[in-house]
Write a protein that binds this ligand. Structure first.
Ligand code: AMP
Length: 190
């Protein structure tokens, strides 16, 4: 279980903002795992399980998987021992209800709140990046739906996190530039 050593880092931002790339880079630099809930769900789909089949339909629609399922997935993942010194959450929380759940989880374990980086990218650039990526949920119609769902939740999430170790990041630069920004902020943390 995450034990409060190091950082619990949350990456917010639209699909295609480069959260996954930065999660992997931070993971290598900080030596803590990058946890992508989207990746975990895709693995479940590939396993061919009954749950995977249900999840696949949700992913293809561009909608979100239920808060309840995601909260259970994350609670159990954070209990794994590789999270002891922190971790990077890529794609969770995506709703205020998930953010509240995460805070409750941390509070119950007497742990500090996460550090939140909110990736800002122009919509045109995001659509271009997603079109190039070619995942099954990166089809134009699904992309539009995913961006719509993102926008529906984003402002509420931002309001929830504002003033709580919340940092807006200009994520349109190169991966090196963005990593540099993130590491500079992290190095200033107490
Ligand atoms: P991602 O790889 O982060 O873009 O996630 C791909 C898809 O997985 C999303 O479009 C959602 O359907 C689902 N998903 C990933 N993380 C979450 C989450 N925290 N809550 C709900 N659904 C999620």
């Amino acid at each position: 279980m995450y034990a409060g050593g190091g950082n619990l880092i949350v990456l917010l931002g639209p699909p295609g903002a480069g959260k996954g790339t930065q999660a992997v880079r931070l993971s290598a630099t900080l030596g803590i795992p990058a946890i992508s809930t989207g990746e975990m769900l895709r693995r479940e789909c590939e396993s061919g399980s009954v749950l995977g089949k249900v999840v696949q339909d949700v992913l293809n629609s561009g909608q979100l998987v239920s808060d309840d399922l995601m909260n259970r997935v994350i609670a159990s993942r954070l209990r794994e021992c590789d999270c002891e010194n922190g971790c990077i959450l890529d794609g969770y929380p995506r709703t205020v209800s998930q953010a509240r759940f995460l805070d409750r989880l941390l509070k119950e374990a007497n742990l500090p709140r996460p550090i939140v980086f909110d990736f800002q990218v122009e919509t045109d650039e995001v659509v271009e990046r997603l079109n190039m990526r070619g995942r099954t949920d990166d089809k134009p119609r699904t992309i539009r739906e995913r961006l719509k769902v993102y926008r529906q939740n984003a402002s509420k999430l931002v309001r929830y996190y504002s003033g709580k170790q919340y940092y807006r990041i200009r994520a349109g630069g190169t991966p090196e530039e963005v990593s540099g920004t993130l590491l500079r902020i992290l190095s200033c943390q107490p």
